[in-house]
Write a protein that binds this ligand. Structure first.
Ligand code: ACM
Ligand code: ZN
Length: 753
């Protein structure tokens, strides 16, 4: 027995050291590395049918990487060859994506149950072959057994907000293939442009694919250019792309948005709206009020479109959108109200459900299934629909409990339009903060689900919305390297506890990106920070890829190689600005991060919340409100707590009686993102934590006049406890973005002086 354990341990250490040297992403299920080598040289033959796509693909990639131009031949050879073998499935439970890669001294052998598995074996092999022009390449003898955990390993791309040409879409597909992703969710229609040719409705692209200007700068600035912008894919181009993806074992799931995000379609065919228009293709973005009117003619229109879409795309699932559909127009539309009455529907939310269910019936009648954003749960889920959970994982959990299939894509971990580094050092992005480590920490199976319910989780995907992204290079920047982290999550071999080990492998892939000319983010080298409560202030903890390379200053000056070397969390007890950067060989390898601190009597003190913030905007918990760091009002990023439909009700315990005379608090408004100022802010104080008296009730008007930055000054009070209640705006009223939905409430630093 003892002996057995010992060999097991030994085997394990061999495996882990193998992983380190091989730097494979996603990490295979099992790797055994041996002592010998296979020598790849110009005599090596790819033993396969000359028409085999996999063989041609491998040949071309090896040529690109090494310059070696290998022959493909079906003439048997027992040595110096790369051989593929398709196994006959011998059990009922075989996994088509499985592969086994063996590198022996004499040959390389990839076996699988299908060409898909062979293709994944090739991807693994290619990651082991260096990018350098060598006459001979020594490859470690290895034995790899591998298969993915999740069947939906997806990446999304929005081509409506900005259009990306056919050749870049192919590149994007290659990027997915490189990391064994198998699903490309192509967001083809939205308010800002219709991007797919539909023969029956030519105006969709003649009119709907073009807009008379685009937003420039940040959403809050609301500035636009007047340049005509657009583009679309012809059906011929789409066929070419679908075929290209198929060869690479990638399914394209097209998305045709309905009933909301339909302005480009309505600009082309206003008769399918509630008001009759006229409309212009959207220049601004957000959640717009003109949506499809659920009258019979609209369904005929959409069914004809979907018929052409299903002819072009062979995917099992067709994405029909379903998200962010305001109900304002429906409320005052005679057609809609008649439909509600005739169909005995309770309200407009049931009408949305009616809409989706009717479309589902049609799609099902063609032998396909629908998938939609998690709003399709509202008013009752269509019987066979799959749900893409984006507003957190709650929608996915609810759907799985109802035995519906789910793809997890929560904003918190899977929105690649969020920042991945310090916002000040990054191109403008959406406010969230989703760095590589955050992506890597994602578990598509929420703990709320039983093993039985978990079977409904098909997998996960990352979404790339392109409101702020208008070039292929910028797409690459947002995707790389986060896609690598996601690929390991969906392959099922990620281990957030060993993030550092993943990070080493990831950094080795930067060389591949450099060689391929991919524009990737180096934010991973940036110093990251965390604050913790500390005696009389806060402790500022810094991290980087190498803990011994951080230099920092405390006087606002730019760090250089002679600045303080970071050794342990920096104690901050007074107002000061800390700047830090990561250095290698005396040179800064990252942009500088900068953090001003405002230390007041509430900083670092105990704080309790009655309602918890939403998981997407509450990383730091209640301490975020007293961490001495004021959020930047132009970005609702990680410094803010976001409450979805709930009040912020916080109690701060100063620890002892203090004399105070000033309290400040910040809240945000960004109505296009459904973020509204609170209706009121109440401030109460207490000596004993039981009996509170009011200091101020700040009205909505005052909050608006002060742009959310509230400072309340009062006569000196000796108190220990402070309660601040910011009242959520509640259900958004008609005529405002997000009407009928909950409001977001964003709150930051509560300072007490
Ligand atoms: C979404 O991000 N509106 C699905
Ligand atoms: Zn209507």
């Amino acid at each position: 027995m003892k002996y057995k354990i010992l060999t097991l341990l030994l085997l394990f250490s061999v495996i882990s050291s193998a992983q380190q040297t091989l730097n494979l992403i996603p990490k295979p299920n099992s790797v055994e590395i041996k002592k010998g080598h296979f020598v790849l040289n110009k005599e090596t033959v790819i033993l396969a049918d000359e028409n085999s796509f996999e063989a041609k693909y491998l040949k071309e990639q090896i040529k690109n990487q090494t310059g070696l131009d290998l022959k493909i031949s079906s003439k048997f050879k027992s040595k110096n060859c790369i051989q593929f073998g398709i196994k006959i499935p011998d059990t009922t439970n075989f996994d088509r994506e499985y592969y086994n890669l063996n590198i022996w001294k004499s040959k390389i052998h990839i076996s699988a149950f299908s060409n898909k598995g062979i293709f994944y074996g090739i991807q693994t092999l290619l990651q082991m072959i260096p990018y350098s022009k060598l006459r001979e390449i020594r490859l470690n003898e290895v034995s790899i057994f591998d298969q993915p955990k999740f069947q939906w390993r997806g990446m999304h791309l929005d081509v409506s907000r900005h259009f990306f040409p056919k050749d870049f879409i192919k590149k994007y597909i290659d990027y997915l293939a490189m990391y064994k992703m198998n699903t490309f969710h192509w967001h083809l229609t939205d308010d800002q442009g219709w991007r797919i040719e539909i023969k029956k409705y030519p105006k969709l692209t003649e009119v709907g694919a073009w807009r008379n200007g685009s937003m420039i700068g940040h959403y809050t600035d609301q500035t636009f250019d007047e340049i005509r912008y657009g583009g679309f894919y012809t059906q011929e181009e789409i066929k070419e792309i679908v075929a290209y993806a198929k060869e690479r074992h990638i399914t394209i799931v097209p998305e045709i948005e309905m009933p909301g995000h339909a302005l480009a379609a309505l600009a082309s065919y206003p008769e399918f709206s509630c008001t009759g228009g006229p409309f212009e293709v959207g220049k601004t973005w957000g959640v717009l009020e003109d949506v499809f009117c659920p009258k019979d003619e609209t369904f005929t229109f959409l069914e004809n479109i979907l018929t052409e879409v299903m002819t072009l795309f062979p995917s099992e699932y067709i994405h029909i959108g379903g998200d962010e559909c305001p109900k304002v127009r429906w409320k005052s539309c005679p057609h809609c109200q008649k439909r509600i009455k005739d169909e005995n529907l309770k309200d407009e939310h049931k009408l949305q459900s009616y809409f989706i269910q009717r479309i589902e019936k049609f799609v099902n009648s063609k032998g396909r299934k629908i998938i939609g954003w998690d709003e399709i749960l509202e008013g009752g889920l269509a019987p066979n629909a799959a749900v893409m959970s984006w507003r957190g994982t709650e929608g996915g959990i609810a759907a799985a409990k109802q035995k519906h299939f789910v793809v997890m894509s929560p904003g918190s971990h899977c929105y690649f339009d969020h920042y991945q580094g310090e916002p000040k050092n990054e191109p403008i992005a959406f406010g969230g903060y989703t760095n590589v480590e955050k992506v890597y920490s994602f578990n598509p199976i929420p703990k709320e689900l039983s093993p039985e319910e978990s079977k409904y989780i098909l997998g996960a995907q990352a979404n790339l919305w392109t409101e702020y992204i208008n070039t292929p290079e910028h797409v690459e920047y947002m995707v790389f390297p986060r896609i690598a982290a996601l690929s390991e999550v969906v392959w099922g071999t990620s281990n957030p506890k060993e993030y550092k080990e993943f990070e080493k492998r990831l950094i080795s892939h930067f060389e591949i990106y450099d060689k391929k000319g991919i524009n990737y983010s180096k934010a991973i080298f940036e110093v990251t920070s965390k604050v913790h409560p500390a005696e009389n202030g806060v402790a500022f903890e810094l991290k980087s890829v190498n803990p011994n390379g951080i230099k920092y200053t405390i006087d606002g000056s730019e760090p250089n190689s002679n600045s303080f070397l970071y050794e342990k969390p920096i104690l901050v007890t007074k107002n000061q600005t800390i700047k830090a950067a990561y250095f290698e060989n005396g040179k800064a390898k990252s942009a500088t991060i900068e953090q001003p601190f405002f230390i007041t009597k509430s900083t670092g003190k105990k704080i309790e919340l009655v309602h918890q913030p939403h998981e997407n905007y509450g990383i730091g918990g209640s301490f975020t409100l007293v961490d001495g760091m004021k959020g930047n009002t132009s970005k609702f990023g990680r410094d803010w707590l976001g409450f979805w439909g709930k009040d912020m009700n916080a109690t701060i315990d100063l620890g002892k009686t203090e004399t105070i005379s000033k309290i400040s608090i910040n809240t945000l408004s960004s109505e296009g993102s459904w973020i509204y100022y609170p209706k009121s802010i109440g401030i109460f104080v207490s000596k004993d934590g039981k009996n509170y008296y009011s200091i101020a009730i700040v009205s909505s008007k005052e909050i608006h006049e002060n742009k959310g930055k509230i400072i309340v000054e009062f006569d000196k009070q000796n108190v220990q406890f402070i309660k601040v209640i910011a009242e959520n705006n509640g259900i958004i009223v008609d005529g405002k973005p997000g009407a009928g939905s909950n409001s977001w409430l964003f709150v930051d630093e509560i300072s007490v002086e």
